[in-house]
Design a protein around this ligand. Structure first.
Ligand code: ZN
Length: 129
């Protein structure tokens, strides 16, 4: 299968040839259709770029989920850990943004809200040491 951006590139080349012929034909209706076609091609190109970006994001998300599945990360004691590691990562940030944010110790006066806190989302967790 031809990749979408390549296919659109071919369509644009064909469009240019058709437009050159239409310009010679001196037909207003034909020229209007050619203009519409140009607009639709630009829309398709934009949609292809959006799809490519979405695809990149999905691949990255998938890679991270696989990391958990393959055992690079494990969930225990209310948090994610590197396999065999002892640094807890924020479960909220990992679930929503797929980033590993180490939880840090809470200040003593706030300890009743939990004993560890995420420096990114500011949520506190009770993690057994
Ligand atoms: Zn967080």
């Amino acid at each position: 299968m031809t990749e979408l951006p390549v296919a659109i590139g071919i369509l644009i080349d064909t469009y240019k040839k058709v437009k050159a012929l239409a310009d010679k034909a001196d037909n207003i209706e034909l020229k209007n259709h050619i203009l519409e076609m140009n607009e639709q091609l630009l829309n398709a190109k934009e949609a292809a770029l959006e799809l490519r970006e979405e695809n990149t994001n999905l691949k990255e998300e998938n890679r991270k989920l696989k990391a958990v599945q393959d055992g690079e990360l494990e969930f225990r004691n209310n948090a994610y850990y590197d396999k065999g590691g002892n640094i807890p990562y924020c479960p909220g940030c990992y679930a929503s943004k797929n980033i590993k944010v180490p939880l840090v110790d809470m200040e003593r006066e706030f300890i009743n809200f939990g004993n560890k806190k995420c420096s990114v989302c500011k949520i506190s967790y009770s993690i057994d040491n």
